[in-house]
Design a protein around this ligand. Structure first.
Ligand SMILES: Cc1ncc(COP(=O)(O)O)c(C=O)c1O
Length: 393
C-alpha cells in the first residue's frame, strides 16, 4: 500500500486530534528516519525531544531486548529492580530524595499537583505561568496558562492562578493565603523557547521560602540532558522541591516521573497515588540505560557545544536575512524566531526531507537526538538557508 492510501486509512480510523504532516514513518537510524515509501529524512524533531539517543539505538534496543526476556510488567504491589536503580540515579543527579513513576508528562504533572495539594493541607492554589505548557489532562490543562488549550473544556480544574514568566512582581501579586506551590518550566517549551533571566529562579525560590510554598519545576521537555545539563533547572543554580520528567527520559519508550525532596515526598502514603503501568520493568530498564549514558559529563558537554554551534549558525542566518527576533534556548533545545509564517518553513523543509517543527506559528524549534552529528547540523543549516532564500525571493 502506498503512503497516500495509508494516510487515507488513518484519516478514516484515527481521531483527528493532531495536525499531521503527510508522512508515514516506518524506521530510523541515528538522526535519520524513513517513510513507508522509502524516503529518508533528517529528524530534528526526534518525537519532540523524545528520541534522545537517536533511532535504533543499540543502548535502547539492548535494554529492551534483555528486559523483555526477563519480565515486561509486574504490579507495583511488588518491588521492581530497574525501577529502584533508576530512582536512585535520577535522585542523585537531581539532588532529590524520592521518585514516583508514571507514563507521560501530563501524568507526572498530575502527580505533582496532587502532592502539592496534600502537602498544602488546606492551601490548594498553584501559580503557573502565562504561555506555559504542562499537558492535556484536566489538572495539567488547568496549570497550562494558555486559553487556547482550555477554552473548549471549561470549567477546568479550579485553584490555578497565572503570572507572567520571568516577572517576580507578577508572581508575587498572585500569592495568597491559599497558595501552596509555584509551578514553572525552566525554559518554556511550547510557549516559544522562552528563557528566564539568570536570577529569576533564585527570586522565585526566595518567594517560596518567604511564603512557605513548594517550587515545582516541569522538566518534561528540558530534562535528561536536553539543555546540556542533566536537568534544565541546573542552568540556574537553585533547588526545586518537586520536578517532573517524561519525553527524553526513556529514549523513546513511554515513561514519566516525579521526583521530590523527602519532606514533601513523605506526604504521599499508600493509596494516595498510583499508576498500573508506572515504572514497569521494561520502561525503567530502558530509561536506566539511557540516563547512564546521558548523565556523563562528556556527553552533556557535547550537547552544550553542539547546541552552541547550532545557535551560532542560526545567528548568522538571522543576520543574513535580517530577522528581527532571537536565536533561543540552551543545549539542543534550540529556537529561532521567524518573522512570518513559521509553518511555511516547516513545510518547505519537509520538501527537502528535513523534519523540524514550529511553535505558536512564529518560532522554529530544533530538538534533534542529543547525539546528533555536526555534519547533520550543517545539513539543516544549509537547507534552511535555501528555504529562507526561496521564501524571501
Ligand atoms: C513542559 C511540558 N510539560 C508537559 C508536557 C506534556 O507531556 P505529555 O505529552 O507526555 O503528556 C509537555 C509536552 O510537550 C511539555 O513540553
Amino acid at each position: 500500500m502506498k503512503m497516500e492510501e495509508k494516510i487515507a486509512k488513518g484519516k478514516k480510523y484515527i481521531m483527528n486530534t493532531y495536525g499531521r504532516l503527510p508522512v508515514v514513518l516506518e524506521k530510523g537510524e541515528g538522526s535519520w528516519v524513513y517513510d513507508t515509501d522509502g524516503n529518508k529524512y533528517l529528524d530534528f524533531v526526534a518525537g519532540i525531544a523524545v528520541n534522545s539517543l537517536g533511532h535504533n539505538s543499540e543502548i535502547v534496543n539492548k535494554a529492551l531486548r534483555e528486559q523483555s526476556e526477563k519480565l515486561i510488567h509486574c504490579s507495583n504491589l511488588y518491588w521492581i529492580e530497574p525501577q529502584i536503580d533508576l530512582a536512585e540515579l535520577l535522585c542523585m543527579a537531581a539532588g532529590m530524595d524520592k521518585a514516583f513513576f508514571c507514563n507521560s508528562g501530563a501524568e507526572a504533572n498530575e502527580g505533582a499537583i496532587k502532592l502539592a495539594r496534600k502537602w498544602g493541607n488546606g492551601r490548594y492554589e498553584i501559580i503557573s505561568a502565562i504561555q506555559s505548557f504542562h499537558g492535556r489532562t484536566m489538572g495539567a490543562l488547568a496549570a497550562t496558562g494558555q486559553e487556547k488549550y482550555q477554552k473548549s473544556f471549561i470549567p477546568v480544574l479550579t485553584g490555578f492562578k497565572y503570572a507572567v514568566f520571568n516577572d517576580l512582581e507578577s508572581i508575587q501579586a498572585q500569592i495568597s493565603e491559599k497558595t501552596c506551590a509555584i509551578m514553572l518550566e525552566p525554559i518554556q517549551g511550547e510557549g516559544g523557547i522562552n528563557e528566564p533571566s539568570e536570577d529569576f529562579f533564585k527570586g522565585v525560590k526566595d518567594l517560596c521560602k518567604k511564603h512557605n510554598l513548594l517550587l515545582i519545576i516541569d522538566e518534561v521537555q528540558t530534562g535528561v540532558g536536553r539543555t546540556g545539563k542533566a536537568f534544565g533547572f541546573q542552568n540556574y543554580d537553585f533547588q526545586p522541591d518537586i520536578i517532573t520528567l517524561a519525553k527524553g527520559l526513556g529514549g523513546g519508550v513511554p515513561i514519566g516521573a516525579m521526583l521530590a525532596k523527602d519532606e514533601v515526598a513523605e506526604i504521599f502514603q499508600p493509596g494516595d497515588h498510583a499508576s498500573t503501568f508506572g515504572g514497569n520493568p521494561l520502561v525503567t530498564n530502558v530509561a536506566l540505560n539511557v540516563c547512564q549514558v546521558i548523565f556523563c559529563e562528556d556527553f552533556l558537554r557535547e550537547v552544550q557545544e553542539k547546541g552552541q554551534y547550532m545557535r551560532e549558525q542560526l545567528g548568522k542566518l538571522k543576520e543574513q536575512f535580517l530577522f528581527p527576533g532571537k536565536v533561543k534556548g540552551k543545549g539542543l533545545m534550540v529556537g529561532l524566531d521567524y518573522p512570518k509564517d513559521a509553518g511555511e518553513i516547516v513545510s518547505k523543509m519537509l520538501e527537502k526531507n528535513i523534519l523540524i517543527n514550529a511553535i505558536g506559528g512564529k518560532t522554529l524549534r530544533f530538538v534533534p537526538p542529543l547525539n546528533v552529528k555536526y555534519e547533520e547540523i550543517d545539513i539543516v543549516i544549509k537547507a534552511l538557508e535555501e528555504v529562507f532564500r526561496e521564501v524571501s525571493a
